[in-house]
Write a protein that binds this ligand. Structure first.
Ligand code: SAM
Ligand code: SF4
Length: 316
């Protein structure tokens, strides 16, 4: 369905829980406000998808918090995957539990995964996220073996923390057929209080790796501008939310774990749909599409996101 700015909105990102088995410094508040929301019942999430499809939604992503913390995540995947009209079902995960779950997820209808990995250094990984990098690597391998491909790696650019690894990470795409996506740190949740030096523009990647070349003359994949090393098997995507450069092709709305639709990540406007059924869900979805702003306001260290929620609640 088209929004008021002529954008075709066909992508719903669903946060299935606020809970997480990690605690990334830029994402989870150090002191959470109350208990994290466990998420909507699986059948309610599936019903939202069933009502979204007739409005033209074809792409769905499960996120969180950590989606693999949901004991019924396989049921959620199955219910969405078997809904007529669903063309794409993907997940963003920290991969801590992916090694043991990848095959079942594929069997349940999940098509591919984005795995978050900001560093290749195990100590730094633990400092940033509190997690274990070995699990991530095992998860990646299991995802590859199970056919949850092509795998995309999400790396948040953190000035003074992982910018010294940009070259090494990009080198991975020379021999591995993966898409490494660098994402500008957004001043939201705990990151809203980070010093200016932590915020790097995506151009830092092009400065660090000068032989990166635009893929087929500036191809974009969703919100990413695509690059490649000469002869590289993989690709490098640059995602620049701070510059607002993808607002005019934004095709998504978000569903928070506690059942609110967010027309824009960086706005406080929300439409509550928890408790709604059938046609009422379609009205809520239409309202969210109609309320999508043309673009978000200025975002940088001095201008934090007006969104009152942290990323683990919204789902990124
Ligand atoms: N737990 C899963 C994971 O980490 O992949 C899914 C949820 S997480 C909120 C989704 C994505 O949001 C992750 O790739 C994470 O790095 C990113 N993210 C979280 N906080 C961010 C911030 N302040 N700026 C940019 N990206 C952020
Ligand atoms: Fe958890 Fe993902 Fe947020 Fe890290 S980025 S704290 S893994 S929800």
């Amino acid at each position: 369905m088209e929004d008021g700015c002529g954008r075709e909105i066909n992508y719903l990102r669903i946060s299935v829980t606020e809970r997480c088995n990690q605690h990334c410094v830029y994402c989870m508040p150090a002191v959470p406000k109350g208990r994290p929301c466990e998420g909507m019942p699986a059948e309610d999430i599936i019903e939202v998808v069933q009502q979204a499809v007739p409005l033209g939604f074809t792409k769905f992503r499960l996120t969180g918090g950590e989606p693999l913390m949901r004991p019924d995540i396989l049921r959620i995947c199955e219910g969405i995957a078997e809904t007529d009209g669903v063309q794409e079902l993907t997940m963003t995960t920290n991969a801590q539990k992916l090694g043991e779950m990848a095959a079942d997820l594929k069997h349940a209808g999940l098509q591919r995964v984005n795995i978050s990995l900001d560093t290749l250094d195990s100590k730094k990984y633990r400092r940033i996220s509190g997690g274990n990098i070995r699990e991530v690597l095992q998860g990646m391998e299991a995802a590859y073996r199970s056919g949850l491909t092509p795998i995309k790696i999400n790396a948040v650019l953190l000035g003074g923390i992982n910018d010294d690894e940009i070259y090494k990470m990009v080198e991975l795409t020379r021999s591995c057929p993966l898409e490494l996506r660098f994402i500008e740190l957004m001043p939201i949740g705990p990151a809203a209080h980070f010093p200016k030096s932590r915020f790097l523009p995506c151009s830092a990647v092009l400065d660090a790796v000068q032989d990166l070349i635009p893929v087929s003359g500036g191809e974009t994949e969703g919100v990413a501008r695509m690059y490649q090393l000469p002869g590289g098997k993989g690709k490098v995507g640059l995602i620049s939310p701070l510059s607002c450069e993808f607002c005019d092709r934004c095709n998504r709305i978000r569903l928070t774990a506690d059942g609110c639709l967010k027309p824009c990540l960086h706005s406080n406007e929300e439409i509550r749909l928890r408790g709604l059924r059938g046609q009422q869900l379609q009205w809520a979805l239409k309202l969210a599409i109609a309320h999508k702003p043309e673009r978000h306001g200025e975002l940088d260290a001095q201008h934090p996101s007006p969104a009152a929620r942290a990323m683990n609640q919204i789902g990124g």
